[in-house]
Design a protein around this ligand. Structure first.
Ligand SMILES: Cc1cc2nc3c(=O)[nH]c(=O)nc-3n(C[C@H](O)[C@H](O)[C@H](O)COP(=O)(O)OP(=O)(O)OC[C@H]3O[C@@H](n4cnc5c(N)ncnc54)[C@H](O)[C@@H]3O)c2cc1C
Ligand code: SF4
Length: 476
């Protein structure tokens, strides 16, 4: 099967969907090649074990090579937006864009702000109504107030949400304005075509030209001859596609991976708070610029993974599931990670939290424990390897005794970035300020992988805004 189009887009997540729509709107013919399956949201179920393999890359078990860091990403039409928490947070551009400039990437603030505004209008972004939050949120907010830490409800992209709290496993009610139910169908209405379950996607190049994209679908080879190719397979995925296509730009592809990630903490309340009843990720505490504290809650399987303690201790804690609130502490890591291929061309991820990053994370966990005790928690438990449970604020010092290295904590991230960093110097980056891959006329990357340094915010808003901005260059 061969198709001829103006643009082939690889990946249909936050970036790929917005970009495809923007190109289709300008009259381009576009084919999207997506590795994951197209799902019918009405078949989603409130069952973690059923949904993780359907919607997550590696069934939710993607980790760094040393297994110290779990990295969640979507693998379905709509990408990670299908499984994300629908929190809409603009990056602090006055902090981020100067750092990007120092790293060799120039992005105009006005373009990103204009894109944020347009996206917020069409994706129904509004302040999260407190009545959708789970009761555990009250413990957190009371603690912030008593501890003198400013906190606020976040913005979200949901419409007439029922507050069931199952966003991380796909919204069966179509209340989250994910790409699956917004930009994808909008782009298709303008003539774009989305091919799901595309295996072994490769870009075939000749000199400075990307000539075509090939893949296998249902066992059949598919060839897309395209005037331009845009890689939007997400951080890690986009570096992998380039490397698997033999494009490594003197080993710059895959370098500079970073995450906004960290560890969870659970707080036991004196009375049941039924954390599963309502939305968990609702609020942020503005405690510091060097770590981020956000509330969270997970259904039993993922909650159990984040709960420390072994055997009977773990069992007893899980029996008190209804009494727990959750929040996470995250830091934006330095761009020191790498994506590479092993001899069998399988993807390897290497990223280690540095000593300083672990130290900041510990400061954040300490602050969060203080917040929870100030809110009335009777026990606070960080997600650590060695069992630690704080029964009083004095116990918080155990963190310093028992947490030293990355694998002393259960580290996780849903916000990988970098790997194909933007830098106008062709010797230092993978793409230039116009998202074009250095050395190519018609090959672009336009997703979270181009972020040269960490954006210190939940990523979807900025990923979409950057893709919106990238469309101008791809269409030109
Ligand atoms: C559990 C979870 C919760 C999150 N919650 C929030 C939140 O509340 N707010 C927020 O701002 N951000 C959140 N995020 C992050 C946010 O969703 C992502 O930053 C954003 O979607 C990244 O966009 P992207 O286009 O770079 O990648 P993605 O959206 O991940 O899309 C990449 C797409 O490319 C496809 N792909 C990968 N490799 C290939 C290949 N070889 N061939 C073809 N296709 C390929 C993937 O299947 C995927 O569909 C969350 C993420 C996770 C995992
Ligand atoms: S909380 Fe709202 S957006 Fe999330 S899955 Fe439930 S209905 Fe959908």
């Amino acid at each position: 099967m061969t198709r001829k189009v103006d643009v082939a887009v690889i990946g249909s997540g936050a970036s790929g969907s917005v970009l495809t729509y923007e190109l289709a709107r300008r009259g381009a013919s576009v084919v999207v090649l997506e590795a994951g399956a197209r799902e019918d949201p009405t078949t989603f179920v409130h069952h973690e074990a059923a949904m993780l393999p359907r919607l997550y890359k590696s069934g939710g078990l993607q980790t760094t090579r040393d297994n110290d860091l779990a990295i969640g990403q979507g693998r379905t039409v709509g990408g990670s937006t299908v499984i994300n928490n629908a929190i809409w947070l603009r990056a602090k551009l006055d902090r981020i864009l100067p750092a990007w400039k120092d790293a060799g990437a120039t992005v105009p603030k006005s373009s990103i702000e204009a894109a944020y505004e347009e996206l917020e209008r069409v994706l129904h972004v509004e302040p999260l109504p407190p009545d959708l939050a789970n009761k555990g949120t009250n413990l957190f907010l009371k603690g912030c107030e008593n501890a003198g830490v400013p906190a606020r409800y976040l913005n979200h992209n949901r419409k007439q949400c029922t507050g069931c709290g199952w966003c991380n496993y796909g919204c069966q009610y179509n209340r989250k304005t994910s790409m699956l139910v917004t930009f994808i169908p909008w782009a298709e209405a303008l003539g774009a075509e989305v091919l799901d379950r595309c295996d072994d996607v490769r870009i075939q190049t000749q000199g400075k030209q990307a000539k075509k994209v090939t893949c296998y679908r249902n066992g059949e080879e598919v060839t897309v001859e395209a005037g331009k190719v845009v890689v939007c397979a997400g951080a890690i995925g986009s570096s992998a596609v380039l490397l698997q296509s033999g494009i490594d730009l003197d080993q710059r592809v895959g370098k500079g991976l970073h995450v906004l990630g960290g560890a969870l903490m659970s707080a036991e309340a004196p009375e049941p708070v039924d954390g599963f009843d309502g939305i968990g990720l609702t609020c942020v505490a503005c405690a510091s610029d060097s770590y981020v504290i956000e509330t969270y809650f997970a259904p039993p399987l993922v909650f159990a993974i984040g709960m420390s303690g072994w055997f009977l201790t773990h069992f007893r804690r899980m029996m008190r599931f209804a009494y727990y609130s959750n929040a996470g502490v995250m830091v934006g890591t330095q761009p020191t990670g790498t994506v590479s291929l092993d001899k069998k061309k399988r993807v390897r991820i290497d990223l280690k939290f540095s000593k300083d990053e672990i130290a900041e994370l510990k400061k954040g966990l300490r602050r969060l424990a203080e917040i929870y005790f100030a809110g009335g928690a009777v026990r606070v438990i960080p997600a650590t390897y060695k069992d630690i449970a704080f029964e009083t604020p004095d116990d918080i010092d155990q963190l310093d005794e028992k947490v030293h290295r990355p694998d002393d904590l259960l580290l996780g991230s849903g916000h990988p970035q970098g790997g194909n960093r933007m830098n106008e110097d062709p010797k230092k980056g993978v793409v230039g300020n116009d998202f074009r891959v250095h050395g190519f006329d018609n090959l672009f990357v336009a997703d979270a992988s181009v972020f040269p340094t960490n954006i210190w915010a939940n990523c979807q808003a900025t990923v979409m805004a950057m893709a919106h901005y990238a469309a101008t260059f791809v269409a030109a």
